[in-house]
Design a protein around this ligand. Sequence first.
Ligand code: NAI
Length: 327
Amino acid sequence: MKIALYECADWEKEYFQEHLSDHELVFVDQSITHCVIEDAQALIIFIYSEITQDILNRMPQLEFVATRSTGYNHIDIAACSQRGIRVCTVPYYGQNTVAEHAFALLLAMSRKIVPSANRVKAGSFDYAGLVGFDIKGKTIGIIGTGHIGQHAIRMANGFDMNVLAYDPFPKYELCNSLSFRYVGLEELFSSSDIISLHCPYNEHTHHLINETVLDTLKKGVVLINTARGGLVSNSALLKGLQQGIISQAGIDVLEEEEHLRDENGILTEEFARYDHLHELLVGHTLIHHPHVLVTPHNAFNSTEALTRILATTVENVRSNGFSNTVS
Ligand code: NAI
């Protein structure tokens, strides 16, 4: 089978070459937008390769798409289903890993780790102005109690926090082994000192944190987003920070992040045609905001999690796209 593999690091290429040696592998370093291997029968992609109807039209022999991610909102699932193209994901690889990153962002902000370290590097051991806050005893609102959200609850329990959770499909049995209470979204918003997002991004969750919601949040809330950028409106986040409603934000996934990765991209023709310029500029403002800590969508990025991703992707290919399918 001819498989086109996108956006693989060198060590990932070696892994696939070793474990998929019975297939013809074509590696492409950029995203699929820039280079379509039209006669490939399978795709191994990452989140920056958007699979659109147009791309599918150019790939008549495509049988399945294996994305090296849990989320699959970069793939037009309906268009794939219509063509009978299977889409498989990596559902379980980094649940603890992503939850650990959410807490890394929270602790970095609660203890002012970045400015503290920068100050020492600049030669000063003065701790004036670096007062942080304890997370013990604070109320954390977990939105989405799936695989990652459950790890986040467990970690919050370990820190002796009060935990509230919202999920439209509550798993009440979890309340037997973890210490938390399911509440409605409004109560979570009004009672949480910290909110951490762990739900999928879809038409129901688009801009879950928007300008209307700002008025319902507890003043000074810390927002953590390691799920998907589109859950939070960049403009609402900036407004919330400016008004002191949101005191700090730890963001691993920023709305429009795919257009913010490389500032040279601003000079391209593709950028000139882009119609969300305002949100994009707000994104730039957020990155440089003193109360915002942005990491480059690397919550999943631990050695253990990466190895699990590749192992599951190989399993998905070996099953001919019938394992871990979402369409
Ligand atoms: P999961 O599918 O196990 O859990 C998602 C939970 O969200 C489910 O319990 C579901 O009922 C709930 N949910 C659905 N709609 C909701 C809504 N409107 N409001 C609140 N909750 C809702 O997914 P998992 O593995 O926990 O991952 C969560 C998200 O984390 C993924 O969708 C993905 O976008 C993101 N993620 C981010 C990574 C990163 O590197 N930053 C890596 C892996 C996942």
